[in-house]
Design a protein around this ligand. Sequence first.
Ligand code: HIF
Length: 290
Amino acid sequence: MASVKNGDYDGIRNQVTKILKRPGYDDGSIGPVLVRLAWHASGTYERKDRTGGSNGAGMRFAPESNDGANAGLEHARAFLDPIAEANPWISYADLWTLAGVTALEAMGGPKTPWKPGRTDFKSEQAAEAYHGKVDGRLPDASQGAQHIRDVFYRMGFSDQEIVALSGAHNLGRCHEDRSGFDGKWVVNPTRFSNQFFKLLLTRKWVPRKWDGPLQYEAVVVGEKLMMLETDLALIKDPEFRVWAEKYAADQKLFFEHFAAAFAKLLELGVDRDGSGVAPLVKGGCPYHAG
Ligand code: HIF
């Protein structure tokens, strides 16, 4: 992998775009797992004590790297390592989040605002000293609306933003050897659209009869598609459902709201100082404390 010059983030975007296609891996693209990496790197945020979030790239170290919820993301990180090695000037925290928005756009999704400035923890000890233990903060797919709210309100999201974000399950698939769940949500899982909401609302989702954990299935154009309990919560809960219906009916609105919510997710806990750098200071940047 060639290097691009210091600060050339568009150059990094080009390098990410070039490695997205991967015949033989899942549905031929590493795009979905890069979106998941960006979200899991960010989704540990706790707004009360301003810990967690993408700054620091703590997933390189235990216990975050071993969190069961992050199973499989070692592949996503390894896919990006050649870019990191060729461009030591970019932090992992910036690279992981930039790769997520780049992949999303390359798969037909909206352009999501993204800003650099994240810095990396130097060690596991540094990560723990700054953020405490952040493992166990990501959501559990076998639960319902209350759990989703507990997790996303903790980060500062509204019901509308939760439903908009949830449309990302239009991408990728579940892997039995990672999460225990199995299958994809839509027929074309490497193309971003509002299909996830349309299917959620128009198909009859029945519990799958199998040895694995509870998940739901429906057959669409001969393919078995899946939903998680947390996905079905988006139509079972009346407040969530209002937004699911709007997004199923209006892809433009969904894209707009998704880009705003995803950008907010990637910014959680990234408190930049006057020079545009987000220092790793316990409880966030002192300039923004309070
Ligand atoms: Fe996911 N998610 N997610 N997710 N997720 C999986 C896969 C992806 C939840 C559970 C799972 C979001 C919210 C939640 C993506 C993106 C986002 C898997 C399967 C599970 C179990 C993992 C595997 O086996 O490989 C839960 C419980 C969430 C809270 C409701 C976000 C909104 C939808 C925040 C989000 O952006 C993506 C992309 C994938 C596909 C990964 C892949 O490897 O293809």
